[in-house]
Design a protein around this ligand. Sequence first.
Ligand code: ZN
Ligand code: ZN
Length: 171
Amino acid sequence: MSKFRRILTYILDLGVNPKRQPLDEEDLKLAAYLIDLGLTIPAGCTGRIQPCDVGIFGSFKKVVKTLTNYAQLTNSNYKFQTRDETLKLLSLVWRQLCSPKLEKWARYAWVAAGYDVPRPASFETPAQLLFPRGVAGDCTMHGCSSTSFVKCLYCEKIFCFEHFVIDHHNC
Ligand SMILES: [Zn+2]
Ligand SMILES: [Zn+2]
């Protein structure tokens, strides 16, 4: 299977199998490439890919944007544009988006794209779960005095930028 097919298959599978393992190093590079392209889907390829365009990529980008905006405001030394940091950031976000808590959200992408599949009951989006109201507080990490801004979808603890993004939280 080509690299491109592998990553698209991976993304498409998220809707039916959100518990898949996070991306490996090679898939991550391709994911970074897709982000570089602005996640635009070429004309004529919309068929199967459209659910991702409608539902998955939009939310993925929103979370990445929230993190990078926050970095610009609070951690100006953090160079997220470097290749390594970009890949780490994408990997981090991807793992969060694979959380079973987002299964309904991932399924909804198919409904939003007009597929005749059952509509999931109400659900929360990745951004709503990761950056809930009232998330600002004391970072979970012992001895850290920074303000938390994100809640991990797996351990449900709240973290500051350094302990979530820079330390690549992987509970
Ligand atoms: Zn965690
Ligand atoms: Zn912290």
